[in-house]
Design a binder for this molecule. Structure first.
Ligand SMILES: *[C@@H]1O[C@H](CO)[C@@H](O)[C@H](O)[C@H]1NC(C)=O
Ligand SMILES: *[C@@H]1O[C@H](CO)[C@@H](O)[C@H](O)[C@H]1NC(C)=O
Ligand SMILES: *[C@@H]1O[C@H](CO)[C@@H](O)[C@H](O)[C@H]1NC(C)=O
Ligand SMILES: *[C@@H]1O[C@H](CO)[C@@H](O)[C@H](O)[C@H]1NC(C)=O
Ligand SMILES: *[C@@H]1O[C@H](CO)[C@@H](O)[C@H](O)[C@H]1NC(C)=O
Length: 189
C-alpha cells in the first residue's frame, strides 16, 4: 500500500484532556470535510450507506447526498441530507436517507470502510466521536483520541474517494491518503 503521512495522524492527547477543552458544536447543522496533502476540504457524502468524500455528487450510488449533521456535544453524529449545491450546480443533498449515524469500524473489525447506520452493530463505533476544535477524533478502547481517516482513491471515480479507517501496512493494495475530518468548509467553497 501507499500512504502519505499527515501531521496529526495520531493525536495522543490522552484521557486527561477534559471535555471542556474539546470543541462544542454551534447550534447550526454542520457538514464534514476531508483535508490532506492533496485533498483540500472535500465534503462528506452518504452513498448507499458508505462514506465517500468527493468534489461532486458521486454518480455511482442511488441514495446519495452531502450530509448535514445535527449538533450535539456528545453522542452519535446523526446525518441527514444537506441542503447544498455542488460545484456542478446539482443539489448535493438530495438523498432519501434519514437519521443515519456515522460510524468507524471497531478495532476488531477487518473492514475499513467508514459508513452510516441506523442501528450500529458491535463492529460499528458510533458513540466515540470527540471534537478537538474543528477536528473530528475518535476515542480508542484505551482512551486515546485519534484520527485514522484515509481517503482511498478509485481511478474509475475521478474526484471521489472512499473514506476508510485505520489502514495499516498489511492491508490490501490501493492508493490511500491520510486525511483529517473537520467541521469547517474550505475558504474557497
Ligand atoms: C435550501 O436552500 C435554498 C437555497 O439556498 C433555500 O431557499 C431553502 O430555504 C433551503 N431549504 C431548507 C430546508 O433549508
Ligand atoms: C487498528 O488496527 C490495528 C491492527 O488491526 C488494531 O490493533 C488497532 O486496535 C486498530 N486501532 C483502532 C483505533 O481501531
Ligand atoms: C476485541 O477483541 C478482544 C479479544 O478477542 C476482546 O477482548 C474485546 O472485548 C473486543 N473488543 C470489542 C470492542 O469488541
Ligand atoms: C471503483 O468504482 C467502480 C465503479 O463505481 C466500482 O465498480 C469499484 O468497485 C470501485 N472500486 C473500489 C476499489 O472501490
Ligand atoms: C463509488 O465510488 C466510491 C468512491 O470511489 C467508492 O467508495 C464506492 O465503493 C463506489 N460505489 C460503488 C457501488 O461502486
Amino acid at each position: 500500500m501507499w500512504a502519505k503521512s499527515f501531521g496529526i495522524c495520531l493525536l495522543a492527547l490522552g484521557p486527561t484532556v477534559s471535555a471542556g477543552i474539546l470543541g462544542q458544536r454551534s447550534s447550526d447543522s454542520f457538514s464534514l470535510y476531508a483535508y490532506g496533502d492533496s485533498i483540500g476540504g472535500l465534503p462528506l457524502y452518504y452513498a448507499d450507506g458508505n462514506a465517500v468524500i468527493a468534489n461532486h455528487t458521486p454518480d455511482n450510488a442511488t441514495d446519495v447526498g452531502q450530509v448535514a449533521f445535527t449538533p450535539g456535544s456528545s453522542g452519535p453524529l446523526v446525518g441527514n441530507p444537506a441542503n447544498e449545491t455542488d460545484t456542478s450546480g446539482k443539489r448535493s443533498g438530495s438523498g432519501s436517507f434519514k437519521n443515519q449515524q456515522l460510524f468507524v469500524p471497531s478495532a476488531n473489525s477487518t473492514d475499513h470502510q467508514v459508513g452510516f447506520t441506523a442501528s450500529a452493530s458491535s463492529d460499528q463505533v458510533t458513540s466515540k466521536f470527540i471534537w478537538y476544535g474543528h477536528f473530528l477524533l475518535v476515542e480508542t478502547d484505551d482512551g486515546e483520541y485519534t484520527s485514522l481517516f484515509y481517503a482511498k482513491k478509485n481511478n474509475s471515480q475521478e474526484g471521489a474517494y472512499s473514506l476508510q479507517w485505520n489502514i495499516t501496512d498489511d492491508d490490501e493494495d490501493g492508493e490511500y491518503y491520510s486525511v483529517s475530518m473537520r467541521s469547517i468548509a474550505p475558504s474557497n467553497a
